[in-house]
Design a protein around this ligand. Sequence first.
Ligand code: NDP
Length: 459
Amino acid sequence: MERRATANTDVSGLVAGEKLTTWAAGSESSVVAVIRTTLGPLLLVLFTPPAAIIFWIVCTFEPFNGALSPLLTTAGWRAVAAHWPWPSVTAAAIVLVFATLQAILLYVLPGKTFEGPVTPTGHRPRYTLNGVPAWFVTHALFFGCAFGLHLFKPGIVWDHFGEILAMLVLFALVFCLFLYFKGRYWPTSEDRSLSGNFIWDYWWGVELHPTLFGVNLKQLINCRFSMMGWSLIVCAFAAKQAELDPSGHISNAMLISVAITVIYLFKFFWWESGYFTSLDIMHDRFGYYICWGVMAWVPAVYALTAQYLVLRPHHLPWPLAIAIFALGVGAIAVNYSADAQRLRVRATNGNTSVWGRPPDLIRAHYVTADGKRRESLLLASGWWGIARHFHYVPEITLALLWSLPAGFTHFVPYFYVFFLTILLVDRATRDDRRCRKKYGAYWDEYCRRVPWKILPGIY
Ligand code: NDP
């Protein structure tokens, strides 16, 4: 369980003499604690793996045809059982080749070294910034081998997607167990926490920055395996739709949805250093929540709209398609601009302008476990002056925009937007808790200046 401190003797949030290995949590009743640390995680570990597979069945087979309602019938559950996928040799080969390629690219492609933010124990993890060349090489290799060398059809990903998901779901479950034992007995650093509650430790993870053979697992798995895989999967789904079409066309609904997704993911690699200052990396331990999530839930759920569209091609009026695309790109730009503003202000120590004015700043102090007093800048103007997590608004908007081309007949293509909204509302709360713990009175001052969490006037 996260270490808890209820009394602040210092603006950093550290109780005198306390050695923190995490910036999180506050006091809560024992019932809430049991739900948060045991029941909730247990239910999620039990239900998310089958859900990941069921979405694929719903998108692919009768009697679902994209609808969830047959799950309320016996025939629906019979169909689920009949189509339940299992890992196959082909699926294992696809996943293995992809994972190995990503590890090699991460290792061999040139890129600047980036030092991540200081951890609660005072360390700075290092990353190689070569995501953009890795993105180009990965996509060129996939489509070059498919269209140039005819080694396989790009639809291979769709054809084996059920088996691939089954493999990822099971492998990631076991891998998270490995991470638990690694964190417990062979930790990479002191940035770890063990509660003694196995369910919580498995769910939340033990280590903050585990490495294996010198490779930073969060960068390899979150960025290169998961986000790169997501980009390749939606492209392969679009190619599959063309394979199924007698004249080899991709519908403009698929085109728009995949284009917005791919631009968003390319932006992710462009901005990869920013990701290393996000909660996933700075705060979340590497357990089921993050590791299983990025390995299995991302391919199963984040690519759902494109997956749904493969078998349901339809054409949108071009003006509508172009409007959705333009709004999608606009939402990506706002999200990027907000992330970039915060990073630029810190990188320049505040010597920059935000929306044409000197930034409104709070110089916040905090203390790490090695006793060092450090300083961070909190930006209270620009996007960060509208709300404390305003950048989640364009994040949700763009997900809605890449779902809209699927039309309104079914809920499944919108499931990701629904899930993301819950995830980000929870995240805003968790981040507030973490920052209050880390910055104490400085964070309270920021909340006074910028009172809304996500959307002014609403939340
Ligand atoms: P944020 O970008 O919200 O960063 C949070 C951290 O930034 C805080 O912990 C704090 O860290 C620092 N910070 C907070 N307020 C300020 C401020 N006013 N000025 C300067 N620094 C501040 O992290 P997220 O991980 O939530 O989001 C990163 C990106 O990833 C976003 O674009 C988000 O939309 C996207 N995202 C996408 C998800 C998806 O599933 N599609 C899920 C989650 C995020 P410090 O300790 O350094 O002070």
